[in-house]
Write a protein that binds this ligand. Sequence first.
Ligand code: NAP
Ligand code: G4F
Length: 408
Amino acid sequence: MIGMARRFSTPFTCTAVVPQPSTCFEIHSSLENLLLFAQVLTRPIQKGRYLPQVMSGKTAMVTGITGQDGSYLAELLLDKGYEVYGLVRRVSQPTSGRSLINHLLTNEKFHLVNGDLADQNSIDNAVAQSQPDEFYNLGAMSFVPESWRSPMMTADITGLGALRCLEAIRKHAPHCRFYQAGSSEQYGKVRDVPQTEATPFHPRSPYGCAKVFAFEITRNYRESYDMFACTGILFNHESPRRGLEFVTRKVTMTAARIAKGFDECLWIGNVDAKRDWGFAGDYVEMQWRMLQQDTPGDYVVATGRTHSVRDMITLAFSHVGMNLVWSGEGVDTIATDQDGTIRVRTNPKFFRPAEVDLLIGDPALAEKELGWVPGTSFEELVQMMVDSDVAIVEEAVKGGYAPPIPPE
Ligand code: NAP
Ligand code: G4F
C-alpha cells in the first residue's frame, strides 16, 4: 500500500495515525512522549545579540509559524510584547502536528488562524480580522529536492503565496509592513563570491525560481504601491528545530542514532557542496530588525563563512567520538571511523538534478545599516544540534519508544 501525504515542516509528528512500517520511526503514541520531544526542541535561544526588550503593543501576523523560523520568531515577538497571529494549515490531527509551538499555545497573546498560502480568501480574512502592523511571510514549501517532485505546488505556495499576502495587505491593511523570507537559493549558479545584495540571480531549482518570483513581486509592490515591503535573502540557517530531511539535521540525528547503536552508517549525497550555515535563532532577530527601520530594503543575512557538507559531517561525528577518514570520490565516497567501520556511504538518489555548489554571503550591509552580526559560530551550531539530538535519542531510549529516523 502506498499512502500519499502532504509534506509538513514537522513530518515526524504529523502523520501520527498512519501505521508505520517497523523500519520507520514509530510515532510515540502517548502525549507524555510528545511533550518530552517538545521540551527538548523548544529550549529557549541561548546565543545571539539582541536589541533591548521593547514592549511594543504591536500586532504581527506570521505565516510558517509551525516551522523552524516561525517558532523562533514567534518567541522573539512575544518577548517584545507583540500580539502574534500565526497562520496555520488545517490538519486532521492538530494536537500532534505542531510540536514546535505547543509551548506557546497557552500564551494569551498567541493566536492561531486557519489559512493556506494557496487560498487568497483565507489570507484576506486573516489580515482583515487581525489588522497586523507587521506581516512575516515565512510559509513555503522549503525543501529543495521536493521542488523537482512538486514544481507546480512549489510555484503556487513559495512563489504565488507571497503575492497573495501582498494583495491581502494592499486591500485590507495597507499600513502593514511586510517581510518576505528570501533565500540564497536565488543565487544558485553564483555569479559573485561572496554573494551580496547586488549579485544577479541564477536559480537552480523550481524552489529557487519560486523564491526569485517572490523577491521580485515584493520589490514591485514596494515600488508600485509605496508599501513597506522587504526581503531578507537568508543563507542556510539551522537549529535543533530544523526539519530532519535537511542535511545538517539528518547528519546530527544520524550521528546520535549511530552513537546509541540504532544505525551503522549515514547515507548521503553530494558532500562537496558548500554552504554558509548560521543559527536560526540569530536570523529571526534580523527579520524583525528589517521591519523596524525607516526605509524598506533588501538584505543578505549570512555569516560570511562557508563549509562543505563533508566538513560538517566530520565535525558532527567527532562530537560523538568518531574520527572520520574520507576516501573515494563522487558516488564512491565513503568515510570510516578510527576502528575501520564504514560510517558514511554515498547514495546517488540524494544527488540533485542541478546543484548549488557554493554559497557564501556577505552580511556587511546588514551590519552597517541594522547593526546585526550573527552570534553563533558554525562549531557552536553543530555542537548544539548534536547535543540536542543525542538528548532526543536518550529520551526515546528512556521512554521505551523508537527515536526519529530522518525522512528522505
Ligand atoms: P520550514 O521549517 O520548512 O517551515 C515552513 C513553514 O511553511 C511551515 O510552518 C509550514 O507549515 C508552512 N507552509 C507550508 N505550506 C504552506 C501552505 N500551503 N500554507 C501555509 N503555510 C504553509 O521552513 P524554515 O526553515 O522555517 O524557513 C522559513 C522560510 O524561510 C521559508 O520560506 C523558507 O523557504 C525560507 N528560507 C529558509 C532558509 C533556511 O535555511 N531555513 C534559508 C532561506 C530561506 P506546516 O507545518 O503545515 O507544514
Ligand atoms: O540541507 P539542504 O537540503 O539545504 P538547501 O538545499 O541548501 O536548502 C536550504 O537552504 C536554502 C537557503 O540556501 C533555503 F532556502 C531552503 O529552504 C533550505 O532551507 O542541502 C544542503 C546541501 C545541498 O547541496 C545538498 O545537495 O547538502 C547537500 N546534500 C548532500 N547530501 C544533502 C544530502 N542534502 C540533503 N537534504 N540530504 C542529503 O542526503
